[in-house]
Design a binder for this molecule. Structure first.
Ligand SMILES: Cc1ncc(COP(=O)(O)O)c(C=O)c1O
Length: 381
């Protein structure tokens, strides 16, 4: 028997990987399941992005290994995108590293900065990958709680009471998934000050800023932020390109070089045509976002109705690709979603997969057409 490494005992198979097997079995047995679980955009990327990918195939250099740091034009397009939408200046040569999605960056940053036994501040509720990657690299998770009463913002008084001497990284994710909360006015400034005071690398994971949100914000816009902050971003949700695997990490050149040391030893550059497509996406005009969000607005109206039909409440000011809904008192998330799957053939995500603070909540994805959402409402009514 060849035993797996001990680190595998620290993590479990990803919730969706397991649950989707169950959903697929139900589908195979003829049950008409509506999947409102996962946030995989179902609309097409801009046509010019697909054209650029297709044209990329006929370039004789397309099939060679590509640069570890991506095409210079891609880094320039990322710099242009950050300047236009976040008013942040980045050097294309030294402050940008293209990634295969922002998820990949979570592992690379952790590999670059964490020794065994180092501690990592992780939001609860929050994206489960921060926890699993921390465990995989042998570091220790320290959860900080986010609460609805505090608009899902970190409680700095509670953070300051912790022993922070071993904390090396703090993951933050605004706009926040799963709740859709925006950063409060002074949050990014407070985070930069906190990182400087305690010598902690603050990483803002920022893949949702363009979905149902008109106020794009980057932690790097705070003066002095580059000393202690990195930011992850992604084309997955912004341009309906989740399967393309294009993201980026941006920040000070020293940090970017540290991440590059890891990444360049783990994979080679991204396929040429994908980079050409990504460049076109990043150059999209404001009209792209208006059109995208008009569709998401219609869907969100329907998901709000669905949530009401299920006796849930929700925040109309929340942003992003999901509706985070509160269940009636004393109803448990996982029991509720199992019943919805069994009785209504609706697959919804239980809040508990994002941490203990997600108990009592469920998350609906907006990645389903209005027809499908109307059918979901009809089933519940
Ligand atoms: C908070 C958060 N970060 C990162 C990711 C990963 O996105 P990407 O497709 O860019 O790897 C997701 C995807 O669901 C997410 O919700």
């Amino acid at each position: 028997m060849i035993e797996a490494a001990n680190r595998l005992n620290t993590v479990e198979e990803y919730y969706f990987s397991k649950k989707l097997r169950e959903v697929n079995l139900l589908l195979a047995s003829g049950k008409p399941i509506i999947n409102l679980g996962i946030g995989s955009p179902d609309m097409q990327p801009p046509q010019k992005v697909i054209d650029a990918l297709n044209e990329g195939f006929s370039n004789p250099n397309a099939h060679k290994y590509q640069s570890y740091q991506g095409l210079p034009e891609l880094r320039e397009a990322i710099a242009g995108f950050y300047k236009e939408h976040f008013a942040v200046s980045l050097s294309p040569a030294t402050e940008i590293l293209p990634l295969m999605g922002s998820k990949e960056g979570i592992m690379h940053i952790s590999m670059a900065y964490l020794n065994e036994g180092d501690e990592v501040l992780i939001p609860n509720p929050g994206y489960p990958t921060y926890e699993s990657v921390t465990k995989l690299v042998g570091a220790k998770t320290v959860f900080y709680e986010l609460d609805e009463a505090n608009d899902w913002q970190p409680d700095f008084k509670a953070l300051e009471k912790l022993d922070l001497s071993k904390v090396k990284i703090m993951w933050v994710n605004y706009p926040h998934m799963p709740t859709g909360a925006q950063p409060s006015k002074f949050l990014f400034e407070a985070l930069v000050a906190f990182g400087k005071k305690h010598n902690i690398l603050i990483v803002n994971d920022n893949p949702y800023s363009f979905v149902l949100n008109e106020n794009q914000q980057s932690i790097l816009s705070v003066k002095g932020a580059k000393d202690v902050c990195l930011e992850l971003n992604s084309l997955s949700k912004t341009f309906n390109m989740a399967g393309w695997r294009v993201g980026m990490v941006v920040g000070d050149s020293t940090h970017i070089n540290n991440v590059l040391k890891v990444k360049s030893n783990m994979d080679s550059g991204m396929f040429y045509g994908i980079q050409k497509g990504a460049i076109e996406a990043l150059k999209c005009s404001k009209m792209w976002f208006v059109t995208l969000n008009n569709v998401y607005k219609q869907r969100r109206d329907l998901v709000w109705k669905l949530a009401e039909a299920l006796n849930c409440t929700y925040d109309k000011n929340a942003t992003g690709l999901f509706v985070w809904a509160k269940l009636p008192p004393f109803v448990k998330s996982e029991e509720f979603i199992d019943l919805a799957l069994k009785n209504n053939h609706l697959f919804i995500t239980p809040g508990t997969i994002f941490g203990s603070k997600g108990e009592g909540y469920i998350r609906f994805s907006l990645c389903a057409s209005t027809e499908v959402l109307e059918e979901a409402i009809a089933r519940v009514k």
